[in-house]
Structure formats: C-alpha cells, structure tokens
Design a binder for this molecule. Structure first.
Ligand SMILES: Nc1ncnc2c1ncn2[C@@H]1O[C@H](COP(=O)(O)OP(=O)(O)OP(=O)(O)O)[C@@H](O)[C@H]1O
Length: 698
C-alpha cells in the first residue's frame, strides 16, 4: 500500500518542487514583458543618441563644469544603460532583467534548455571604436557617425539575441506548463484510480465477508442435509426391508396364483390381471399404511425426545439440588461427628478416665477346687469368700472381701462381651485421645488370653489387641467418607528384666541394640531409640506383626505356668488423623500392655534367673502402683522414671489419657491370696481420678 502511495506522494510533492519553477517561469514571462520594451528603449536611447549629437555636444561641454559624480552619470547615459527616470520609478527592472536572468540560471539547473546565460549575463560590449570615439576629434563627425552605426548594429544584434532567447524561454515555459498540466492530470487520474482501488478493496472485503457467511450457512445446510440424508437412508433401508417383506408376500401370492392357475380355478388372463391389480392395490395400501405408521412413529419419537429432554433438565436440577444438599449433609455430618466425639468423651469422663475391669478366668482343670467368690455383674462387684478359723480357733469364720469395679466379667464371659465394654475407649483413640489398656494379674490368670487371645487370628477367641486394631481400621475407613485420612504406625516391644527388646525384630538374628526411652522434644511423644516403628495401612498387616511379636516374646517354663510370659509386652499404635477439607487434625497413641505375671516369690519357689525375673517384675508392678497413687493423690511429682514400664507409658497414664486396667483373677482355691492381692491393687487404681483428658487436636 505504501508502495502504491509513494508515487502519489511524489505527485503530491511535485507541485511544491514545481512551484519555484512556476514562479520562475512567470518571472520569465514578466521578464519578457519587461524585456520587450528594452530593445525599444535601447533603440530609442540609441536613436536619441543618434538623433541628438548636438545635445551630446552640449552635455560634453557642460561636463567640465559638473561635479565628478554628475560627470559619471552623464557618461553612463552616454553608453545608454541609464533608463529614463519615469520608467525607473515604475519599472525598476532594467537591471533586474539581468539579475532575473542570472537567477533563472541558478534556480533552474535541471532545465538546461532554459540556460541562455551568455546574452543575459554578458554586459553589452562597448562597440569597437568607442575608445577611439573618445579619442576622435570633435570635428570628426563622420567617424563619430560610423561609431554610432556600429553601436546600433551591435545593439540590434543584442536585441535579436534577446528576442530569440525570449522566444525560447516562452516556449520552455509553455512546455513546462504543459508538463505540469499533464502531471496534474496524471496526479488526479492516479487519485481517482486510488479511490477506485480502495472502493474495490472495500467491496472485495464485503464480498469476502458475504461469501464466508454464505459458506457458513452452506456448511450448516450441508450438515443438516447430511443428517437428513442419514435419516432418509435409515428410512430407506427400513422401507427396503418392508418392500422385501411385501415382495415375499407378493411372490407367495403369485405362487398361490400359479397353483390356482394350475388348478384351472382362474381361466383367463383377464382374471389373472385383475388379481394382480388387486395385489398391486394391496401393496400400495400396505405401503401407505407403513408410511403412516412411520410418520406416527416419528411423531411419537419426537414427543418422547422432548419429554426426555424435559426430564433430563429436571434430573439436572435435581442433581444440583442433591449436590447442594449433599454438601450441607456433609457439613452436618462433620458437626455431628465432632459432637459425637465431645459427647463420647463426656460419657467416658463420667465413667472415669481410669477404669478397672475385673475378669475371672474359668477353671482350666475341672478336677481343681474353685475358690469361693460371688460375682454380681449388675452391681459390678466381686466378693471373695473364705472360711477361716477364728482367732480363738474354736469355730470357723466366713470372711468376705468385697470389691467394686467398673465392670466384673464372670468366667463364662466371651472375648466379644469383654471387648464391647472397651470399644468406646478404642474409639477415643481415633478421636485423638491417648488410650492405654493393660492387663494385671498373677501368672496364669488369663492376661495374655485377654489381651491377645490364644491365637491371634482365632475368630471368637481373638483378644483385645486384634479386636481393637480391627475396630480402628474399620472406623477409620468410615471416617474417610467424611474427609478424614489416617496414618498408622505400629511398634511392639517387651521389657524383660528392665531391658527393652524389639519384638518386631526376629530373634534368630539377635543384634545387640541400645534402646533408650526418649522424648525428642518437650512437645514430642515418648519414643524408644532404635525401635522399629512400622507404618501400617490395614488390619492384616498389624495382625502379622502381632503374630511375629508373639513368637518373639520371651517365654520360660516356670512351676506356676507352663508357658509363662516373663516380661511386660507393650503394643503401641500411633494414630495420625487429618481432615484437610476442614483443616482439622488429631494424633494419639493406643497402648495395649500385657503385664508380666505378679506372684509372690515365696509361692513361686523360683531361684536363680527366675528369681531375678520375678523381682524385676514385682518392682515394676510396685512402681506402677506408686504412679497411680501419686496420680490419685494429685502429687506434683509422679515417679514415672522409677522403671522403664512407667517411663515408657507416662503419656498414657497421666491426665491427658484414658486408662483401662484389667485385673485378671484365677479361680483356683490355691490362688486365693494372689487374687486378693491383685484385687486390692486394682481397687487402689480404681480409686484414682486422673483428671480430664484432652484430645490431641489441632
Ligand atoms: N477366659 C478364658 N477362657 C478360657 N481359657 C482361658 C481364659 N483365660 C485364660 N485361659 C487359659 O489359661 C491359660 C493361662 O492363661 P494366660 O497365659 O493368658 O495367663 P497369663 O496371665 O498371661 O500368664 P503369664 O503371666 O504367666 O503370662 C491359658 O492356657 C489360657 O488359654
């Protein structure tokens, strides 16, 4: 476009270039006008000088008297360059004739044809003999005459030259004017052409737009036609099928006709033709009916479609409403869950944050004599009864030792019945509270049976640990629907003779490890260095670990119990819950402890290593009692550090936890005094009020 415009611009610019030339040419014209009289002037001057020798003479005479400047003027007028005064005042361009001519040369270098500087710039040469004329004596009139004639002829020559030049300039000016005119015409033609081109471009653009719109319309029409074609193709194929079936009917009819023909029932061709014509009419009717059916089917389909569309819009609206209601319900559910947690906690607090359950084992050997005790599960009481000789030794006295706990389970109670009473506590662990459950009792009283069960994976007899794990994973799965995500880490250790052993490390490759109970920071939970903390994500994974721990647990033959656990085993499940949508999180530790059997040294008749084991066990159990006493009496100092067991469990035995103690009782008569001791210990623990637990929530 710029390229197209550039010549136009040139054309626009040309006149400005031409202006000076135009001005110059007009000057030349004027010049011509000015010049025209010039030869005449000169001629007249010449003539006057020719005609007035007498006057010249007078002037020559007065020359001597005039001042020097006047003399100069006179001499100038002699050579004929001085114009007549009136002409000077009106036309100051006798001299400008030369100046303008000189300017013409300077101003029009491109117009070589206009250059005629010789005549314009060269001053008229003084005719030869002028100098001689001044030397001529006054009387030499003939000589002077001849000088004058020479001068006149020279001037005439000059006039001729000037005329020629003037004519040439005029021609040049005419040519330039014509050129200018043609350029102007060209310019205006180009402008017209430009505007034509522009209007054409605009019209092309409009055409392109119209065509593209038409194209779009055609495309849509094409699509519509394509769809219609597809519909028609389908209809066509349906009609073809119909035709085929009708054809079959016709062929059947024809063959029937043939049969009839054979039977001579139809004698003439006319009758045959009529029959065929009937068939044709039938066919047409059938076709018409089919067509009508198809049309009504189409109408029905269209109605169905619009109904479906309306239904779909309605469904969409319902989905929107349901989504909104779902969000509201989720909110309510979350609020409900938080309320449930609060109520659950209140309930447990009302029951007491440290609770004691008593469980009496059934008699293992029916031949053994059972000690006398009365159990009232409703009253949550157990009364040990013993007939003893009176102090004076005359008559036997009946001694009753009543104990009241949070629950008393008689021997026939199943594992499930026991667990149903602790499941609330397990739920608390998921809600962010530290929970600790431990079994206390003499050797063989059923602690391990209660906590683990005879076989970890035995359905009905599964102990509290696998059941708690099962409940936790099931509850975590349900809470996932409310946006809770849980992470679990399991650890299993035993404290044997005040030494920690990792039960999740196979005993076959014993490796001496230093296990130290530590709190990494004042706000961190208590952990054991070098102990295996294994992330678990399912109940099955945990059961495998419990089984491994069971195998690894130290067992030793004692006189009281064939397979007696001589160590405290501590299973811990660390629970971290997060509800990212609600920006809530909680963490807690579920500790399930199977304590080593308590027994009196004298009765067990242990010696050597067994005696050492027993002393260690009893020391730690005594310390456990001391911790509870300190907690019950709200002492500022609680002696957690006295033994590894209490030091390890300090987070689960303090104010910020929920504690459950099983006191297991052996029913045999010979276990009476041990049972009494255990019940007394448990009774003391039951008296403890360890304050209000707070959830570890953020
Ligand atoms: N409630 C019960 N029902 C049936 N059998 C039981 C019950 N409680 C315990 N037993 C059985 O009693 C025996 C001893 O139980 P268990 O080993 O659990 O005692 P313990 O207190 O753990 O002994 P230790 O302190 O020596 O480890 C086991 O054979 C166990 O199966």
């Amino acid at each position: 476009m710029d390229e197209e415009r550039s010549p136009l611009r040139q054309l626009n610019e040309k006149p400005t270039e031409l202006e000076p030339a135009e001005f110059m040419l007009s000057d030349c014209q004027d010049e011509g006008e000015f010049r025209r009289p010039l030869p005449g002037k000169e001629q007249s001057a010449g003539q006057s000088s020719l005609r007035q020798p007498a006057k010249k003479r007078l002037l020559d005479q007065s020359d001597d008297k005039a001042p020097p400047n006047k003399r100069k003027m006179v001499s100038a007028s002699v050579v004929g360059f001085k114009p007549r005064p009136p002409v000077m005042s009106q036309r100051p361009a006798v001299n400008p004739v030369y100046k303008t001519s000189a300017a013409t040369v300077a101003g029009g270098p491109s117009r070589g044809a206009m250059k005629k500087p010789v005549a314009a710039t060269s001053k008229p040469e003084s005719p030869s003999g002028v100098g001689a004329a001044s030397r001529r004596p006054g009387w030499d009139l003939k000589g002077k005459m001849s000088d004058m004639q020479m001068k006149v002829s020279s001037y005439q020559e000059q006039v001729r030259n000037t005329k020629t030049q003037n004519r040439e300039l005029r021609e040049e000016a005419e040519r330039a004017r014509r050129e200018l005119e043609s350029l102007r015409e060209e310019h205006s033609a180009l402008l017209n052409k430009m505007s034509d081109v522009q209007s054409k471009v605009t019209s092309y653009q409009e055409q392109v737009q119209t065509i593209s719109q038409e194209n779009q319309g055609l495309r849509e029409t094409g699509d519509r036609a394509q769809r219609e074609l597809e519909g028609l193709t389908l209809e066509h194929s349906a009609l073809l099928n119909k035709m085929r079936s009708i054809g079959i009917v016709i062929s059947c009819s024809v063959s029937t006709l043939r049969v009839l023909e054979k039977r001579n029932d139809l004698d003439t061709a006319a009758v045959r033709g009529a029959a065929l014509s009937d068939i044709h009419v039938c066919f047409c009717r059938a076709y018409e009916m089919e067509n009508q059916e198809l049309s009504s089917l189409k109408r029905t389909l269209e109605m169905d479609l619009s109904r479906e569309r309306a239904l779909s819009a309605q469904r969409l609206q319902e989905v929107r409403e349901l989504t909104q209601s779902n969000a509201e319900q989720t909110d309510k559910l979350h609020q409900g869950e938080m309320e449930r947690r609060a109520l659950h906690n209140t309930l447990l607090e009302l029951k007491g944050n440290i609770r004691v359950f008593c469980r009496v084992r059934p008699l293992l050997d029916r031949g053994q004599q059972q000690s006398s005790f009365e159990i009232q599960p409703q009253d949550k009481t157990i009364v040990l009864v013993k007939t003893e000789e009176s102090h004076i030794g005359k008559e036997k006295e009946l001694h009753k030792y009543p104990f009241k706990f949070d629950h008393v389970f008689p021997p026939q109670c199943s594992q499930q019945q026991v667990f149903s009473e602790i499941s609330l506590l397990v739920q608390s662990a998921l809600d962010g509270y530290n929970v600790c459950s431990f079994a206390y009792g003499q050797t063989g009283s059923g602690k391990t049976y209660t906590m683990e069960g005879p076989d970890v994976l035995a359905g009905e007899e599964m102990g509290m640990i696998p059941r708690a794990v099962q409940q936790i994973f099931q509850a975590a799965c349900k809470l996932r629907e409310q946006g809770w995500e849980y992470q679990f880490t399991a650890s299993f250790l035993e404290i044997y003779n005040e030494t920690i052993r990792d039960l999740l490390v196979s005993n076959k490759t014993p490796k001496k490890m230093d296990y130290e109970i530590k709190r990494a920071s004042p706000t961190a939970d208590i952990r054991v260095t070098n102990l295996k903390y294994i992330p678990v994500s399912s109940e099955e994974e945990v059961l495998v670990l419990i089984k491994l721990a069971k195998q690894n647990r130290s067992t030793a033959r004692t006189q009281v119990n064939d397979v007696s656990s001589r160590s405290h085993s501590v299973f811990q499940l660390r629970i971290e819950g997060k509800n990212a949508a609600r920006d809530v999180s909680c963490n807690s530790i579920l500790s399930l402890v199977d304590l080593a059997g308590s027994e009196r040294v004298q009765k067990s008749q242990s010696t050597g290593d067994r005696l050492k084991e027993m002393k260690s066990i009893n020391a730690s159990l005594t310390n456990l009692g001391l911790v509870f006493s300190a907690l019950a009496s709200k002492d500022g100092f609680v002696p957690y550090r006295n033994c590894k067991l209490t030091y390890l469990l300090q987070d689960c035995l303090g104010g910020n936890s929920k504690t459950l103690m099983f006191v297991n009782i052996s029913p045999e008569i010979e276990s009476f005094s041990e049972s009494l001791n255990s019940l007394r210990f448990a009774s003391k623990v039951n008296e403890c009020v360890i304050g209000t637990a707070t959830a570890n929530r953020k």
